[in-house]
Design a protein around this ligand. Structure first.
Ligand SMILES: Cc1cc2nc3c(=O)[nH]c(=O)nc-3n(C[C@H](O)[C@H](O)[C@H](O)COP(=O)(O)OP(=O)(O)OC[C@H]3O[C@@H](n4cnc5c(N)ncnc54)[C@H](O)[C@@H]3O)c2cc1C
Length: 115
């Protein structure tokens, strides 16, 4: 994948979040003489998502936005608009012969069979 084929002065290697962020920021600053090189046929790097033939979207890994950096948060808000999907997080892990809720919570049920 190669974007902006102009004879540019700036080469950005990789269309992961970092490379895409660099390209976005350069564009914001009015600098458009960059070329973004990506070895894969898709953008996103380790944070990419893929669609299967049944219409499901699969993330390469569960991703949580930890940022409290206003520039980044503002950009995500602008890009997603009203496209946010909200999910109730529910995770369980199999441990010591039973399912335990993750993240861990200390309850009497959790401790019941403790040796
Ligand atoms: C399972 C998993 C869960 C994660 N969960 C979180 C999370 O919850 N929150 C969070 O903040 N982060 C999370 N991360 C980390 C996050 O995905 C990475 O920090 C982020 O993707 C790094 O972005 P990057 O652009 O620096 O690198 P990458 O995402 O690795 O992108 C690099 C890009 O460069 C391309 N490339 C490499 N070499 C070349 C080359 N020679 N020429 C052209 N292209 C090249 C690659 O193909 C790739 O597209 C998680 C990562 C994984 C794997």
């Amino acid at each position: 994948m190669q974007m902006n084929l102009a004879d540019s002065k700036i080469a950005i290697i990789g269309a992961g979040p970092t490379g895409l962020g660099v390209a976005w920021r350069l564009q914001e600053l009015g600098l458009n003489d960059w070329t973004l090189f990506e070895k894969e046929s898709y953008a996103g790097g380790l944070a990419a998502s893929f669609h299967d033939t049944s219409g499901f979207t699969w993330d390469a890994g569960g991703h949580v936005l930890f940022s409290h950096y206003s520039n980044f948060d503002g950009l995500i808000e602008r890009l997603l608009g009203d496209g946010w999907l909200k999910h109730e997080r529910e995770s369980w892990i199999w441990m010591r012969e039973r399912f335990i809720r993750y993240r861990f919570r200390i309850t009497s049920a959790t401790c019941r069979n403790r040796r």
